[in-house]
Design a protein around this ligand. Structure first.
Ligand code: FEO
Length: 398
Protein backbone atom coordinates (compact mmCIF):
# COMPACT_ATOMS: atom_id res chain seq x y z
CA UNK A 1 0.00 0.00 0.00
CA UNK A 2 1.31 3.46 -0.78
CA UNK A 3 1.96 5.71 2.16
CA UNK A 4 3.69 3.04 4.24
CA UNK A 5 7.47 2.90 4.54
CA UNK A 6 9.55 0.37 6.44
CA UNK A 7 12.09 2.61 8.18
CA UNK A 8 13.87 -0.24 10.00
CA UNK A 9 13.24 -4.00 10.07
CA UNK A 10 9.62 -4.43 11.22
CA UNK A 11 9.24 -0.74 12.01
CA UNK A 12 6.96 1.22 9.71
CA UNK A 13 6.03 4.84 9.10
CA UNK A 14 2.30 5.08 8.39
CA UNK A 15 1.60 8.72 9.03
CA UNK A 16 -0.37 11.33 7.13
CA UNK A 17 0.87 14.03 4.79
CA UNK A 18 -0.79 17.44 4.84
CA UNK A 19 1.06 19.47 2.20
CA UNK A 20 -1.69 22.05 1.76
CA UNK A 21 -1.75 23.03 5.44
CA UNK A 22 -1.08 26.77 5.69
CA UNK A 23 -1.66 27.47 9.37
CA UNK A 24 -1.14 24.89 12.10
CA UNK A 25 -3.77 24.86 14.86
CA UNK A 26 -5.06 28.22 13.55
CA UNK A 27 -1.95 29.69 15.22
CA UNK A 28 1.30 29.04 13.40
CA UNK A 29 1.85 29.64 9.70
CA UNK A 30 3.32 26.62 7.95
CA UNK A 31 5.21 27.48 4.80
CA UNK A 32 5.56 23.93 3.54
CA UNK A 33 2.60 22.07 5.03
CA UNK A 34 3.19 19.41 7.65
CA UNK A 35 3.03 15.72 8.33
CA UNK A 36 1.55 13.73 11.22
CA UNK A 37 4.00 10.91 11.63
CA UNK A 38 2.87 7.66 13.20
CA UNK A 39 4.65 4.36 13.44
CA UNK A 40 4.06 0.63 13.86
CA UNK A 41 6.55 -1.65 15.60
CA UNK A 42 6.18 -5.39 15.10
CA UNK A 43 7.79 -7.56 17.76
CA UNK A 44 7.75 -11.35 17.91
CA UNK A 45 5.10 -11.29 20.63
CA UNK A 46 3.38 -7.93 20.49
CA UNK A 47 2.55 -5.25 17.99
CA UNK A 48 2.66 -1.62 19.01
CA UNK A 49 1.58 1.62 17.43
CA UNK A 50 3.51 4.77 18.26
CA UNK A 51 1.12 7.74 18.24
CA UNK A 52 -1.66 8.15 15.68
CA UNK A 53 -2.57 11.02 13.36
CA UNK A 54 -4.89 14.02 13.17
CA UNK A 55 -8.55 13.00 13.18
CA UNK A 56 -9.01 14.31 9.65
CA UNK A 57 -6.84 11.43 8.44
CA UNK A 58 -8.13 8.73 10.81
CA UNK A 59 -9.73 6.47 8.22
CA UNK A 60 -6.72 6.58 5.93
CA UNK A 61 -4.49 5.82 8.92
CA UNK A 62 -6.58 2.84 10.02
CA UNK A 63 -6.47 1.49 6.48
CA UNK A 64 -2.67 1.69 6.57
CA UNK A 65 -2.49 -0.10 9.90
CA UNK A 66 -4.86 -2.78 8.65
CA UNK A 67 -2.76 -3.22 5.52
CA UNK A 68 0.12 -4.28 7.77
CA UNK A 69 -1.67 -6.00 10.64
CA UNK A 70 -5.37 -6.77 11.24
CA UNK A 71 -6.64 -4.22 13.77
CA UNK A 72 -7.68 -6.97 16.16
CA UNK A 73 -4.02 -8.04 16.41
CA UNK A 74 -2.72 -4.68 17.61
CA UNK A 75 -1.73 -4.99 21.28
CA UNK A 76 -0.92 -1.49 22.33
CA UNK A 77 -0.62 2.11 21.31
CA UNK A 78 1.95 4.45 22.80
CA UNK A 79 0.63 7.98 23.20
CA UNK A 80 3.75 10.10 23.51
CA UNK A 81 1.59 13.25 23.60
CA UNK A 82 -2.16 13.75 23.58
CA UNK A 83 -2.55 16.84 21.42
CA UNK A 84 -5.19 15.90 18.83
CA UNK A 85 -2.85 16.13 15.86
CA UNK A 86 -1.37 12.89 17.24
CA UNK A 87 -4.23 11.35 19.20
CA UNK A 88 -6.99 12.30 16.76
CA UNK A 89 -7.35 8.78 15.35
CA UNK A 90 -7.26 7.09 18.76
CA UNK A 91 -11.02 7.06 19.27
CA UNK A 92 -11.63 5.42 15.89
CA UNK A 93 -8.83 2.93 16.59
CA UNK A 94 -10.26 1.92 19.97
CA UNK A 95 -13.76 1.66 18.54
CA UNK A 96 -12.42 -1.00 16.18
CA UNK A 97 -10.36 -2.74 18.85
CA UNK A 98 -11.24 -1.79 22.46
CA UNK A 99 -8.65 -4.23 23.82
CA UNK A 100 -5.71 -2.14 22.71
CA UNK A 101 -3.77 -0.91 25.74
CA UNK A 102 -2.84 2.77 25.79
CA UNK A 103 0.63 3.47 27.22
CA UNK A 104 1.09 7.06 28.33
CA UNK A 105 2.16 9.35 31.15
CA UNK A 106 -0.10 10.24 34.07
CA UNK A 107 -0.89 13.72 32.71
CA UNK A 108 -1.62 12.15 29.34
CA UNK A 109 -4.06 9.73 30.95
CA UNK A 110 -5.93 12.67 32.47
CA UNK A 111 -5.98 14.56 29.20
CA UNK A 112 -7.19 11.54 27.24
CA UNK A 113 -10.15 11.15 29.58
CA UNK A 114 -11.06 14.76 28.96
CA UNK A 115 -10.49 14.59 25.23
CA UNK A 116 -12.26 11.36 24.33
CA UNK A 117 -15.47 9.91 25.68
CA UNK A 118 -14.55 6.27 25.15
CA UNK A 119 -13.42 3.51 27.54
CA UNK A 120 -9.66 3.14 27.45
CA UNK A 121 -7.30 0.57 28.98
CA UNK A 122 -4.62 3.04 29.96
CA UNK A 123 -1.24 1.94 31.33
CA UNK A 124 0.60 4.79 33.01
CA UNK A 125 4.36 4.49 32.52
CA UNK A 126 7.25 5.57 34.70
CA UNK A 127 10.63 7.00 33.72
CA UNK A 128 12.78 4.31 32.11
CA UNK A 129 10.02 1.67 32.11
CA UNK A 130 10.26 -0.84 29.29
CA UNK A 131 7.93 -3.12 27.39
CA UNK A 132 9.33 -6.18 25.67
CA UNK A 133 7.55 -6.73 22.36
CA UNK A 134 9.68 -9.80 21.63
CA UNK A 135 13.06 -8.85 20.20
CA UNK A 136 12.10 -5.22 20.35
CA UNK A 137 11.97 -3.10 23.48
CA UNK A 138 10.11 0.14 23.99
CA UNK A 139 11.69 2.30 26.70
CA UNK A 140 9.83 5.36 27.92
CA UNK A 141 11.69 8.58 28.72
CA UNK A 142 9.53 11.25 30.27
CA UNK A 143 9.93 14.65 28.64
CA UNK A 144 7.38 16.90 30.33
CA UNK A 145 6.68 20.24 28.66
CA UNK A 146 8.13 19.36 25.29
CA UNK A 147 5.72 20.98 24.84
CA UNK A 148 2.81 19.79 27.00
CA UNK A 149 2.91 18.41 30.54
CA UNK A 150 2.05 14.97 29.14
CA UNK A 151 4.94 14.43 26.75
CA UNK A 152 7.43 11.59 26.64
CA UNK A 153 9.86 9.99 24.21
CA UNK A 154 9.92 6.29 23.31
CA UNK A 155 13.29 4.69 22.56
CA UNK A 156 13.74 1.41 20.72
CA UNK A 157 17.27 0.40 21.74
CA UNK A 158 17.73 -2.66 19.53
CA UNK A 159 17.39 -0.48 16.45
CA UNK A 160 18.46 2.81 18.01
CA UNK A 161 15.29 4.64 17.10
CA UNK A 162 13.99 7.58 19.11
CA UNK A 163 10.30 8.41 18.74
CA UNK A 164 10.36 11.97 19.98
CA UNK A 165 6.87 13.22 19.16
CA UNK A 166 6.89 17.01 18.66
CA UNK A 167 10.50 17.45 19.76
CA UNK A 168 13.04 17.65 16.92
CA UNK A 169 10.14 18.03 14.49
CA UNK A 170 9.34 20.55 11.79
CA UNK A 171 6.22 21.56 9.96
CA UNK A 172 7.46 20.49 6.58
CA UNK A 173 6.01 18.16 3.99
CA UNK A 174 7.91 17.03 0.90
CA UNK A 175 7.92 13.94 -1.27
CA UNK A 176 10.69 12.25 0.69
CA UNK A 177 10.38 10.83 4.18
CA UNK A 178 13.98 11.15 5.42
CA UNK A 179 15.96 14.34 5.89
CA UNK A 180 18.43 13.41 3.15
CA UNK A 181 15.61 12.99 0.63
CA UNK A 182 14.07 16.46 0.92
CA UNK A 183 15.14 20.06 0.25
CA UNK A 184 16.68 22.11 3.02
CA UNK A 185 14.13 22.64 5.78
CA UNK A 186 16.35 24.24 8.41
CA UNK A 187 14.24 27.41 8.57
CA UNK A 188 11.13 25.29 9.23
CA UNK A 189 13.02 23.34 11.90
CA UNK A 190 14.26 26.53 13.57
CA UNK A 191 10.86 28.25 13.31
CA UNK A 192 9.16 25.23 14.79
CA UNK A 193 11.41 25.34 17.84
CA UNK A 194 10.76 29.05 18.18
CA UNK A 195 6.98 28.69 17.94
CA UNK A 196 6.43 25.48 19.89
CA UNK A 197 9.36 24.69 22.16
CA UNK A 198 10.95 27.99 23.13
CA UNK A 199 8.80 28.67 26.22
CA UNK A 200 10.22 25.53 27.86
CA UNK A 201 13.97 25.90 27.54
CA UNK A 202 14.75 24.58 31.01
CA UNK A 203 12.66 21.46 30.35
CA UNK A 204 14.33 21.02 26.97
CA UNK A 205 17.74 21.02 28.60
CA UNK A 206 16.57 18.23 30.92
CA UNK A 207 15.13 16.17 28.08
CA UNK A 208 18.18 16.64 25.88
CA UNK A 209 20.37 15.39 28.72
CA UNK A 210 18.38 12.14 28.71
CA UNK A 211 18.96 11.41 25.03
CA UNK A 212 22.29 12.95 24.06
CA UNK A 213 24.19 10.00 25.51
CA UNK A 214 22.11 7.41 23.65
CA UNK A 215 23.24 5.78 20.44
CA UNK A 216 20.53 7.01 18.09
CA UNK A 217 20.41 6.05 14.45
CA UNK A 218 17.06 7.61 13.59
CA UNK A 219 15.11 10.37 15.25
CA UNK A 220 11.49 9.79 14.38
CA UNK A 221 9.56 12.96 15.25
CA UNK A 222 5.83 13.47 14.80
CA UNK A 223 6.15 16.27 12.27
CA UNK A 224 8.39 16.55 9.27
CA UNK A 225 11.28 14.43 8.00
CA UNK A 226 12.77 11.51 9.91
CA UNK A 227 16.32 12.42 10.88
CA UNK A 228 19.02 9.96 9.83
CA UNK A 229 21.74 12.18 8.37
CA UNK A 230 23.23 13.32 11.66
CA UNK A 231 20.97 12.69 14.67
CA UNK A 232 23.59 13.91 17.15
CA UNK A 233 23.69 17.31 15.48
CA UNK A 234 19.90 17.52 15.58
CA UNK A 235 19.97 16.90 19.32
CA UNK A 236 22.86 19.33 19.76
CA UNK A 237 20.85 22.01 17.99
CA UNK A 238 18.19 21.75 20.71
CA UNK A 239 20.96 21.96 23.31
CA UNK A 240 22.09 25.20 21.65
CA UNK A 241 18.63 26.64 21.10
CA UNK A 242 17.77 26.04 24.76
CA UNK A 243 21.00 27.40 26.21
CA UNK A 244 20.45 29.94 28.97
CA UNK A 245 21.14 33.57 27.98
CA UNK A 246 24.70 34.79 28.58
CA UNK A 247 25.49 36.13 32.03
CA UNK A 248 26.90 39.66 32.12
CA UNK A 249 27.28 39.80 35.87
CA UNK A 250 24.89 42.75 36.02
CA UNK A 251 21.15 42.89 36.56
CA UNK A 252 19.38 43.88 33.40
CA UNK A 253 16.08 45.65 32.77
CA UNK A 254 14.12 45.80 29.55
CA UNK A 255 12.42 49.18 29.19
CA UNK A 256 9.64 49.06 26.60
CA UNK A 257 8.06 52.34 25.61
CA UNK A 258 5.41 53.73 23.31
CA UNK A 259 5.16 57.50 23.24
CA UNK A 260 3.02 59.21 20.58
CA UNK A 261 3.87 62.75 21.77
CA UNK A 262 7.14 62.19 23.60
CA UNK A 263 5.78 62.57 27.13
CA UNK A 264 5.94 58.91 28.08
CA UNK A 265 9.47 58.83 26.67
CA UNK A 266 10.46 61.76 28.94
CA UNK A 267 9.22 59.70 31.85
CA UNK A 268 11.16 56.71 30.50
CA UNK A 269 14.41 58.68 30.50
CA UNK A 270 13.97 59.41 34.19
CA UNK A 271 13.01 55.83 35.04
CA UNK A 272 16.07 54.66 33.14
CA UNK A 273 18.33 57.10 34.94
CA UNK A 274 17.00 55.83 38.25
CA UNK A 275 17.77 52.24 37.35
CA UNK A 276 21.19 53.03 35.94
CA UNK A 277 22.12 55.07 38.99
CA UNK A 278 21.96 51.83 40.96
CA UNK A 279 24.03 49.82 38.52
CA UNK A 280 21.26 48.16 36.51
CA UNK A 281 21.96 47.64 32.82
CA UNK A 282 18.99 49.00 30.82
CA UNK A 283 17.97 48.04 27.30
CA UNK A 284 15.33 50.39 25.93
CA UNK A 285 13.12 49.61 22.96
CA UNK A 286 10.16 51.33 21.38
CA UNK A 287 7.26 48.97 20.98
CA UNK A 288 6.51 50.56 17.61
CA UNK A 289 8.18 48.79 14.73
CA UNK A 290 10.34 46.47 16.81
CA UNK A 291 10.34 42.83 15.77
CA UNK A 292 8.74 40.22 17.97
CA UNK A 293 12.03 38.32 17.85
CA UNK A 294 13.94 41.28 19.27
CA UNK A 295 11.51 41.65 22.15
CA UNK A 296 11.58 37.93 22.88
CA UNK A 297 15.38 37.85 22.89
CA UNK A 298 15.53 40.76 25.31
CA UNK A 299 12.75 39.42 27.52
CA UNK A 300 14.76 36.23 27.99
CA UNK A 301 17.79 38.19 29.13
CA UNK A 302 15.93 40.67 31.35
CA UNK A 303 15.60 40.45 35.10
CA UNK A 304 12.97 43.20 35.05
CA UNK A 305 10.40 44.45 32.57
CA UNK A 306 9.44 48.12 32.80
CA UNK A 307 6.69 49.35 30.50
CA UNK A 308 5.91 52.92 29.51
CA UNK A 309 2.51 53.13 27.86
CA UNK A 310 0.20 55.93 26.78
CA UNK A 311 -3.56 55.64 27.13
CA UNK A 312 -5.52 55.85 23.91
CA UNK A 313 -9.29 55.49 23.90
CA UNK A 314 -9.24 54.26 27.51
CA UNK A 315 -6.83 51.43 26.75
CA UNK A 316 -3.20 50.60 26.12
CA UNK A 317 -2.56 50.66 22.36
CA UNK A 318 -2.22 47.38 20.44
CA UNK A 319 1.63 47.40 20.23
CA UNK A 320 1.75 47.30 24.03
CA UNK A 321 -0.59 44.33 24.28
CA UNK A 322 1.28 42.69 21.43
CA UNK A 323 4.59 43.08 23.25
CA UNK A 324 3.18 41.60 26.45
CA UNK A 325 1.69 38.68 24.55
CA UNK A 326 5.29 37.59 23.86
CA UNK A 327 6.08 36.93 27.51
CA UNK A 328 4.27 33.59 27.47
CA UNK A 329 6.27 32.50 24.43
CA UNK A 330 9.65 32.53 26.19
CA UNK A 331 11.14 31.86 29.60
CA UNK A 332 11.87 35.23 31.24
CA UNK A 333 14.98 35.33 33.41
CA UNK A 334 13.28 37.46 36.07
CA UNK A 335 9.82 38.75 36.80
CA UNK A 336 10.16 42.17 38.41
CA UNK A 337 7.91 44.74 36.75
CA UNK A 338 6.82 48.37 36.76
CA UNK A 339 4.54 50.50 34.60
CA UNK A 340 4.26 54.20 33.89
CA UNK A 341 2.83 56.47 31.21
CA UNK A 342 1.46 59.81 30.14
CA UNK A 343 -2.18 60.24 29.17
CA UNK A 344 -4.50 62.97 27.91
CA UNK A 345 -8.02 62.25 29.07
CA UNK A 346 -8.47 59.29 31.36
CA UNK A 347 -5.27 57.23 31.88
CA UNK A 348 -6.49 53.65 32.25
CA UNK A 349 -3.55 51.99 30.48
CA UNK A 350 -1.09 51.95 33.37
CA UNK A 351 -3.51 50.11 35.62
CA UNK A 352 -4.45 47.67 32.86
CA UNK A 353 -0.84 46.84 32.07
CA UNK A 354 -0.01 46.45 35.75
CA UNK A 355 -2.81 43.90 35.99
CA UNK A 356 -1.47 42.14 32.93
CA UNK A 357 2.03 41.93 34.40
CA UNK A 358 0.65 40.54 37.64
CA UNK A 359 -1.30 37.99 35.58
CA UNK A 360 2.00 37.03 33.97
CA UNK A 361 3.46 36.40 37.45
CA UNK A 362 5.50 39.59 37.66
CA UNK A 363 6.00 41.32 41.00
CA UNK A 364 5.51 45.06 40.77
CA UNK A 365 8.48 46.86 42.28
CA UNK A 366 6.72 50.21 42.51
CA UNK A 367 3.20 51.62 42.21
CA UNK A 368 2.31 52.68 38.67
CA UNK A 369 2.86 56.30 37.70
CA UNK A 370 0.61 58.12 35.27
CA UNK A 371 0.61 61.82 34.54
CA UNK A 372 -1.54 63.99 32.37
CA UNK A 373 0.24 65.25 29.25
CA UNK A 374 3.74 66.58 29.97
CA UNK A 375 5.37 65.42 33.20
CA UNK A 376 6.37 68.17 35.67
CA UNK A 377 9.69 68.33 37.44
CA UNK A 378 8.11 66.61 40.42
CA UNK A 379 6.71 63.92 38.11
CA UNK A 380 10.14 63.36 36.61
CA UNK A 381 11.60 63.00 40.08
CA UNK A 382 8.96 60.39 40.90
CA UNK A 383 9.85 58.53 37.72
CA UNK A 384 13.48 58.47 38.74
CA UNK A 385 12.32 57.14 42.08
CA UNK A 386 10.45 54.36 40.28
CA UNK A 387 13.68 53.42 38.51
CA UNK A 388 15.48 53.32 41.85
CA UNK A 389 12.76 51.11 43.31
CA UNK A 390 13.06 48.67 40.41
CA UNK A 391 16.82 48.63 40.92
CA UNK A 392 16.37 48.04 44.63
CA UNK A 393 14.17 45.04 43.85
CA UNK A 394 16.93 43.69 41.62
CA UNK A 395 20.13 44.50 43.47
CA UNK A 396 18.93 45.62 46.91
CA UNK A 397 19.35 49.07 48.47
CA UNK A 398 22.90 50.39 48.26
FE1 FEO B 1 2.14 18.10 17.18
FE2 FEO B 1 1.83 19.20 20.32
O1 FEO B 1 1.26 18.41 18.77
Amino acid sequence: MTGITEIAPDVYWLGARHPELQVFDELFPTHNGSTYNAYLVRGRDKIALIDTVKGLFAEDYLAKVAALVPLNQIDLVVVNHTEPDHSGALEALLERNPNIEVYCTKPAENFLKQLYDIPMKTRVVAEGQEIDLGGKTLRFLLAPYLHWPDTMFTFLPEQQLLFSCDAFGAHFCADGLFDDEVPDFSSDFNGYFDAIMRPFKDKIREAVAKVEGLDIRLICPSHGPIRRRDPKTVIASYRNFAAPPPETGRKRALLLTLSPHGNTRKMAAAVRAGMESRGVEVVEKSMFGVSAGDIRDELERADALVVGTPTINRDAPPPVWQALSLVSTITPRGRIGAVFGSYGWSGEAVKLIEERLVGLKYTLAAPGLHYRFAPTEADIAACRGMGEQVAAALVGDK
